[in-house]
Design a protein around this ligand. Structure first.
Ligand code: DON
Length: 557
């Protein structure tokens, strides 16, 4: 770690590199970190297309937001190529190692052992991010991976100034980081929390990224990096094998789609619940004219739609390669009409009358998102994660790679709640080689006039945030407004509306209570939405980055 005076140069470099913009096409990029946005433009300036830029932004985020995502984690990349209207979801979600089993986090009495699915290498699933980057670059990019990874490698080698968010999240995970000396040596300053604006250099990570750049997937999933990963994971109590790494494959999936009042929605299906929850909630709401309703009724109905969509999440959703998902039903407008018929305008439906139990929700978690669109309409929405801030807190020796704790997104037993208070059943129980159910919701929205690309971190609240943004888009507002919308959330269990300061007024809270809703103000604002917009006719672009975070949105010419 270096001190504040040494980072002025880095900050200057940041604003300088933002001026290096593609001459061919205008492009809008919104990401959670200025250096990641700059990395995207740097690659565009070298002749890359939006998919190369997505590789550069993803890899840069892995370096400059080591608490959010990384080579030790997973991601979804939703792509649209304009010339042939090709759309695909690259599912780079982590997979359970083959030695994983359904009782692995339970004691002899069948109770969940505290923190076992959250801290240390036993909580880490087999990463998908490196394979996703290789695939994205090879199949859809114009530049070689070795070129697109350069900005990330440079950031890891020369370092960057850590911001408030880094320090806040480091503090949140300080205990587990102290427990693993390799992690502490990288992220702490001689065992203490570093000063704001200290320089964080990650030379081991730079080497691992270079291996990936030079050797493709073999640079991570076999050879010396894989050896180091497997050895140190097992030494510290994990259960990875070389075969787990070698056999990891990304999956190209068909995105899920829906239509809400003329707005086309394209988003994630299995192994994420994101798009299904979003579309099901919108289908329920499609039967109302929200624009003619008072704010209170609007919020009540949106909450009831969330409740029903999250309820189905807990009943039916998991990895479609392992279970049968009644997708047609969940996305059907007729099914939504049935759910709508159980909604009263004056009264909440208690979740316990639907099923399940009430548990408390934890707070203060992390992940990241970026959105890119060019003036032709080529676009990428990508949400990337290692789950909790600094994932499992475990860095495999000599790799600089912080491993995820995504195993916690499984249900440790049917009906168990995870770190987000989400409740799930058999559909999302642990099985060897299975992908754990995600909430990540990278999304495209298309109206007659505009195309939007958006998404956010936020655990279980991701889909409800994208839902509120989609409704705001439908109202006629732009990205600046969507990222600002005061947020509220209902996820079926716990049966409570969680809301940010300002999202529900005092009179609304009183009325909601009398309708049977419980509400709880969250301690901190949540989410870090990144959104871009293309006007189809004028080709003008807009970009916005959530003020709750430290991101940067830029439209370049
Ligand atoms: O895949 C998921 O749904 C979670 N692992 C995402 C975690 C997350 O967004 C935390 N962010 N604040």
């Amino acid at each position: 770690m270096l001190r504040a005076a040494q980072i002025v140069v880095i900050l200057l470099t940041t604003s300088f590199s933002l001026q290096v913009l593609s001459e061919e096409h205008k492009v809008a990029i919104a990401s959670a970190h200025p250096l990641a946005t700059a990395a995207g433009f740097e690659i565009l300036a070298k002749g890359g297309n939006v998919f190369d830029a997505a590789v550069a932004v993803s890899a840069a985020l892995a370096v400059v937001e080591p608490f959010s995502s990384g080579l030790g984690g997973g991601a979804y990349w939703l792509l649209h190529r304009e010339k042939d209207a090709f759309e695909v979801l690259i599912d780079g979600r982590e997979k359970a190692p083959m030695a994983a089993h359904k009782n692995m986090y339970l004691d002899k009495e069948g109770k969940v052992i505290d923190k076992l699915s959250l801290d240390g290498p036993l909580s880490a699933a087999i990463p998908g991010m490196p394979a996703g980057l290789v695939h994205l670059s090879k199949q859809y990019g114009k530049l070689p991976l070795s070129e697109s990874l350069l900005p990330a490698i440079r950031y890891a080698q020369t370092g960057f100034a850590v911001g408030e968010r880094y320090l806040k999240l480091l503090k949140f995970r300080e205990a587990v980081i102290h427990h693993y000396p390799e992690t502490a040596a990288i992220f702490l300053d001689k065992g203490k929390l570093p000063e704001r604006f200290s320089l964080l250099r990650q030379p081991d990570l730079a080497k691992t990224l270079s291996n990936l750049a030079n050797s493709g997937r073999e640079g991570f999933y076999s050879g010396s990096t894989a050896d180091k990963l497997v050895e140190s994971v097992n030494k510290a109590g994990g259960i990875w094998t070389k075969n787990d790494l070698e056999s990891y494959q990304i999956i190209e999936r068909k995105p899920v789609t829906g239509v809400y009042k003329g707005l086309k929605i394209t988003s994630t299906g299995s192994s994420s619940s994101g798009g299904v929850v979003l579309i099901e909630a919108l289908n329920i709401l499609a039967g109302y004219d929200l624009s003619k309703m008072d704010e209170l009724t609007r919020k009540h109905l949106i909450t009831e739609a969330m409740r029903r969509a999250y309820h189905d999440r807990s009943l039916y959703l998991g990895d479609e390669d392992f279970i049968n998902i009644p997708l047609k039903r969940l996305l059907s407008e007729d099914y939504a009409a049935g759910l709508r018929s159980s909604i009263r305008l004056d009264k909440a439906l208690p979740s316990e009358l639907m099923s399940g139990q009430i548990e408390l929700q934890t707070e203060g978690l992390n992940t990241t998102h970026f959105s890119i669109i060019d003036d032709e309409g080529n676009r990428v929405a990508s949400t990337l994660s290692i789950n909790f801030p600094f994932g499992s807190g475990f860095v495999a020796e000599g790799t600089g790679v912080i491993l995820n704790n995504e195993m916690d997104d499984f249900d440790s037993y049917p009906g168990a709640t995870n770190g987000y208070g989400l409740i799930g059943g058999i559909a999302n129980c642990i099985e060897p080689g299975k992908r754990m159910l995600s909430s990540m919701t990278p999304t495209f929205l298309e109206s007659d006039t505009d195309i939007a690309v958006l998404g956010t971190p936020g655990g279980s609240r991701i889909s409800s945030m994208v839902l509120l943004a989609a409704l705001d888009f439908e109202k006629g507002n732009g990205p600046e407004s969507w990222v600002k919308v005061p947020r509220y959330h209902h996820q079926f269990m716990p049966d409570v509306i969680e809301y940010e300061e300002g999202a529900l007024s005092e009179p609304e809270l009183t009325s909601l209570k009398s309708m049977g809703h419980q509400s709880k103000k969250v301690r901190y604002p949540y989410g870090d939405m990144q959104a871009v917009l293309l006007n189809k006719k004028t080709k003008s672009l807009l970009a916005a980055s959530d003020q709750r975070g430290e991101g940067r949105a830029v439209v370049g010419k």
